[in-house]
Design a protein around this ligand. Structure first.
Ligand code: FAD
Ligand code: PYC
Length: 416
């Protein structure tokens, strides 16, 4: 870490930042690799890192059409939790949460994982019953979860509106104390640097424009930087998974929608935890810079424009002012959207496909940031061994034929 000491910071500032060492290289693509990962978001980079670190696959490349982390990884509201309903989901998200707990040490890169707790509010009896059911399910699955009363909520977050006469009064909520937030860019950068040091080629501005398939087997990819041969392709392209699947003649059970977020001007610390409300509908936390980080529901239409529509954020702001009246005079600084791929059961797909050597990791919808380390770890296993890990086996494409869906719309906690 010597390069990142206070002296190095001062030296680099005086040298006008001209001599910072590159955190990862910018290699020219080779003619062939043992495996190619399509998509340089957190999931793709984590997959490459674990392929190299745990499975000895070093002749591999991550192909990213833009810059790493410029997709949903750099656009999300950074909430990390594992309080899902079904045991299969609790297992996969808690696998990730355990990896989050050691990630800064693993990567020797501060991903600013902050276990400040995540609260899901109940605003009516039905919601309270459903949330309590989730607490019991979580506890049975070994995931920490507890009920908090309005009085406790007031202590955990003094700016929360607990007026019993509000439109949807707060009746209580669930709290997962091990949950929290992480710095999204740092996750991409940390995995990129780690993978690069293990020999992985991270190739930005390299768009996959076609898949080379012969006799039911992958043989490579066409890109805007030429053809690259490979016997194994892992597609981790979040909002664009259906586009990549179509290149192989595969139709995935996914819908692509914009999901929006916005941040306020920075203010003093007022929000020590993360709070999500399904019914009034907004989720909010405070970044270390002091901005309130606010998330919306999805736009109802399909789109690839990373913009989003005004009515959705207008409703979100209404909800935020209702839940936290002190925000009424805050200025909003930035708004954006990312494209999320949503499965009919709101659970992800980590799966082989009918094409030999072609694998997909997608469908994380509005909630895949929290899964980043676990998803990469399990997808690397699946790619290296040509077989699912026990934890991701329930998330194969097979479930859409067998009917063994893993319904998680409630726990997704974002309206869709
Ligand atoms: P991405 O980071 O999107 O990476 C995919 C990459 O593939 C992109 O960089 C893209 O450029 C690249 N790509 C696409 N097509 C090609 C191609 N043809 N060739 C080469 N590269 C290609 N999840 C949570 O858990 N908690 C949250 O609080 C949360 N909040 C969210 C808020 C918003 C506004 C949004 C949009 C999402 C949110 N999510 C959240 C969801 C989460 O961001 C995603 O599920 C997760 O980041 C997906 O990671 P990824 O690495 O798969 O995708
Ligand atoms: O999955 O926890 C989540 C989430 C929060 C905001 C968007 N997704």
């Amino acid at each position: 870490m010597a390069n990142y000491s206070i002296f190095a910071l001062a030296r680099n500032a005086l040298q006008r930042h001209r001599n910072w060492p590159q955190a990862w290289r910018s290699p020219q693509p080779r003619a062939s690799y043992d495996a190619v990962i399509v998509g340089g978001g957190g999931h793709g980079l984590a997959t490459a890192y674990y392929l190299a670190k745990l499975h000895g696959m070093r002749n591999i490349a991550v192909l990213e059409k833009g810059w790493i982390g410029g997709g949903n990884t750099g656009r999300n509201t950074t909430i990390v939790r594992s309080n899902y309903l079904n045991p299969e989901s609790a297992a996969i998200y808690d696998h990730a949460l355990k990896l989050w707990e050691g990630l800064s040490q693993e990567l020797n890169f501060n991903v600013m994982f902050s276990q400040r707790g995540v609260i899901n509010l109940a605003h009516d009896e039905g919601e309270a019953r459903e949330l309590r059911r989730r607490i019991y399910a979580n506890q049975l699955a070994g995931v920490d979860a507890e009920w908090v009363t309005p009085t406790q909520l007031g202590e955990l977050c003094p700016i929360l509106n607990l007026d019993p006469n509000m439109r949807y009064p707060v009746l209580g909520g669930t709290l997962q104390r091990r949950a929290g937030t992480a710095r999204h860019d740092a996750v991409a950068w940390g995995y990129a640097r780690g993978a690069d040091r293990l020999g992985v080629h991270i190739i930005e501005n390299c768009e996959v424009t076609g898949l080379i398939i012969r006799d039911g087997r992958v043989e490579g990819v066409h890109t805007n930087r030429g053809e690259i041969r490979t016997p194994k392709i892992g597609v981790v392209a979040a909002g664009h998974s259906s586009v990549l699947a179509a290149m192989a003649g595969i139709r995935l059970p996914l819908d692509s929608h914009p999901l929006q977020a916005l941040v306020s001007e920075p203010i003093k610390p007022v929000m020590p935890t993360v709070i999500m409300s399904n019914k009034v509908h907004a989720y909010m936390s405070q970044s270390d810079k002091g901005e309130l980080v606010i998330g919306a529901g999805i736009d109802p239409y399909n789109s690839y424009a990373q913009r989003g529509s005004l009515p959705v954020i207008e409703e979100t702001i209404r909800a935020v002012v209702e839940l936290y009246p002190i925000t009424s005079r805050l200025k909003m600084m930035r708004q954006w959207a990312g494209i999320v791929d949503i499965c009919p059961d709101a659970s992800p797909i980590i799966s082989a496909t009918p094409v030999d050597g072609l694998y997909f990791n997608c469908g994380w919808g509005t909630g895949g940031f929290k899964a980043t380390p676990g998803s990469g770890h399990l997808f690397a296993h699946t790619l290296a061994k040509d077989a699912a890990h026990a934890i991701n086996a329930p998330f194969a494409l097979e479930r859409f034929y067998s009917g063994a869906l893993v319904a998680e719309h409630g726990a997704a906690a974002v309206a869709h």
